[in-house]
Design a protein around this ligand. Structure first.
Ligand code: MN
Length: 206
């Protein structure tokens, strides 16, 4: 069974980027619903008991995958944001990789936002690292994660489902993503980049 992970800041901590009403719908209703749904599957399916969230994501399909992956995606999303001015800077190693693979942090930002805007329907825009340290942008639909089928490990994500921004931004996905960029938790992103591995999020919710 999994618990809703604690936010690493107060529910008002990201305001005015994301205000309390937006956070309350997204975290207390959407994210919690995925947790409740997965726990119902676990109650009735012995093969799921004792598995980490990452193991369930990598081994499931259908409704189990959708709920498990959405728990993983949302937890990562909360952890990779920080209140304005508290997100630190990319590490020297990450900065060098960004310059090598995107030209500059500004160019990465433009491409990340563009990738999020162009993600059709509901989904996620991810910055990922492969085992060799190469960075890439990946857009996924619905609950999908980049790391299935030996794909790269996520180091940064923005939720581009409308439920992530509709309270504060209505239909303005680009404005939401632009403001997201000034709330990135670069310490979390840099640490995840350094590990070159899929983050272990299970420990924050058991
Ligand atoms: Mn969401």
């Amino acid at each position: 069974m999994f618990k809703l992970p604690q936010l690493p800041y107060a529910k008002t901590g990201l305001a005015p980027f994301l205000n309390e009403e937006q956070m309350t719908f997204h975290y207390d209703k959407h994210h919690k619903a995925y947790i409740d749904n997965l726990n119902k599957f676990i109650e009735t399916d012995a093969s799921l008991k004792g598995k980490s969230l990452e193991e369930i994501v990598l081994s499931s399909t259908g409704g189990i995958f959708n709920n498990a992956a959405q728990i993983w995606n949302h937890t990562f999303y909360w952890f990779n944001m920080a209140p304005a001015g508290q997100g630190a800077q990319p590490s020297a190693e990450l900065s060098a990789a960004i310059t090598r693979d995107f030209g500059s942090l500004d160019e990465l930002k433009v491409k990340f936002i563009d990738g999020g805007v162009k993600t059709f329907g509901s989904g996620w825009i991810w910055l990922c690292v492969d085992g060799g340290g190469k960075l890439s942008l990946v857009s996924t639909s619905n609950a999908a994660v980049p790391f299935t089928n030996n794909g790269p490990a996520p180091i940064l994500v923005a939720d581009v489902w409308e439920h992530a921004y509709y309270v504060d931004y209505r239909n303005l996905r680009a404005k939401y993503l632009e403001t997201f960029w000034s709330h990135v938790n670069w310490k979390f992103v840099s640490d995840t980049f350094a590990s070159k591995k899929v983050a272990d999020l299970t420990k924050s919710m058991v």
